[in-house]
Design a binder for this molecule. Structure first.
Ligand code: SF4
Length: 412
């Protein structure tokens, strides 16, 4: 499947099944307008000359480059970096921060692959593996949800038709839930077991009800790391090609980076720049989610990245990915407090209620299994932002205005 620890779209991007229409504004870099006194310049004095150089480039509307990305990761001026990233976020979305009422479904943990960092998957011969029936999957959903996020192991016996049937029956039973399902790793697997093209896989899934794809499985675009940690899984070129095909077919997708293991800062920056380039070629990324590696039982590293690295990664992602609209502070992996802090480091999204995440938790993720809507609203407000409930395609459901009745909580 995807990424072991997750989980989780220029004109011309259109999903026929949802009516979603991405606009050029969603996906194009927004030129900066020089405004004397903005945070990151005169608002918060920048202590690091490298950040000042980056701020000047942003003011001129220049694109940041590889050296800028590396310098931003190495800065000691965390507050200055955060103020720059928050400025870029605010230019797009003001004080708004998005979340979604969603549920994650992981249909099986049986997997034919053997990624070294994966604490979730079980070998087919392991009798402790599980496989949900379609009725069990339907039983985990309810009509008030706005998104179902489905990622799975690569099951040794399930055929492509079974995966299609999962989507078809969810669509039939819950016509109003947006279905975000199957990473590029799974799409590649389906094409191989069914001996059909990626286009045929995606077209069949679209007909069944698929709305969008999650961004897992990218890990880090480094052949060195792939050989070390996930050598039997698809690499960067295949992952990017599948997302490009999806975008051209009108299926918006997300993108991820798994960081905090054996990758270098340079490899992280390269990963971000390849995503930016891919978005130029075939627009359709909705959101980027940096995924903090959960150490779990893998033995790959001794400790997780830490809050400073988490916040830097969010901020640099916002600064480099000028053509991908949403940057997500994924609370499941960051923990609630760091994710909330991340909302002032360039993130504009906290993901959602999730409810039943198994993958990161198999690797001992710190966040709770699920979170209530009220808690998400409180965390976003605690960061000084305005909560906005959305669906998987970022169509707005409601804003939680401060002066609304019921202590600011607008109830459905
Ligand atoms: S072993 Fe399977 S479930 Fe685990 S990360 Fe690799 S492909 Fe995904």
């Amino acid at each position: 499947m995807a990424n072991q620890k997750t989980d989780r779209a220029d004109d011309g991007v259109h999903s026929a099944s949802t009516g979603f229409q991405a606009t050029p504004t969603n996906f194009r870099a927004i030129p900066a307008v020089a405004t004397p006194g903005r945070p990151g310049r005169a608002g918060i004095p920048l202590a690091d000359p490298a950040l000042d150089r980056i701020a000047r480039k942003l003011d001129r509307g220049d694109r940041l480059d590889f050296a800028d990305g590396v310098a931003a990761f190495h800065t000691n001026d965390l507050a200055g970096l955060g103020s720059l990233a928050d400025r870029e976020k605010s230019r797009r979305f003001g004080d708004e921060v998005y979340f979604v009422l969603n549920r994650q479904i992981n249909p099986t943990n049986a997997c034919v692959l053997d990624c070294r960092f994966c604490d979730y998957a079980k070998r087919p011969s392991d009798v402790t593996h599980y496989a949900l029936t379609i009725d069990e999957i339907l039983g985990r959903l309810s009509p008030e949800l706005r998104e179902v996020h489905i990622v799975s192991g690569l099951h040794h016996e399930w055929r492509f038709a079974h995966y299609v049937e999962i989507i078809r029956q969810i669509r039939r039973a819950f016509p109003d839930i947006t279905i975000k399902a199957w990473t590029a790793v799974e799409i590649d697997f389906f094409a191989k077991i069914e001996k059909i093209s990626v286009e045929e896989v995606l077209s069949t899934m679209q007909d069944a009800g698929l709305d969008s794809m999650p961004g897992g499985g990218a890990e880090v675009f480094s052949e060195r790391v792939r050989q070390e940690l996930f050598r039997h899984k698809i690499g960067a070129d295949r992952w990017l090609a599948i997302h490009g095909i999806a975008h051209r077919m009108g299926i918006p997708t997300n993108a991820t980076l798994l960081y905090g293991h054996i990758e270098t800062i340079e490899e992280r920056v390269t990963h971000l720049l390849r995503l930016r380039e891919a978005e130029e070629t075939a627009p359709g990324f909705l959101a980027f989610i940096p995924l903090a590696f959960q150490v779990g039982h893998s033995g790959i590293v001794e400790r997780p990245a830490g809050a400073v690295d988490d916040l830097k990664t969010l901020a640099v992602s916002r600064l480099l990915l000028d053509n991908i609209p949403h940057i997500k502070a994924y609370w499941v992996m960051l923990g609630e407090e760091t994710a909330s802090l991340g909302l002032n480091f360039g993130a504009d999204d906290m993901d959602g209620t999730v409810q039943e995440e198994k993958i990161a938790h198999a690797a001992l993720a710190a966040g709770p299994l699920g979170i209530a809507r009220e808690r998400l609203v409180a965390l976003i407000r605690g960061a000084g932002k305005v909560p906005v409930e959305r669906d998987a395609l970022y169509r707005i459901i409601r804003r939680y205005e401060r002066d609304a009745p019921g202590n600011g909580m607008v109830r459905p």
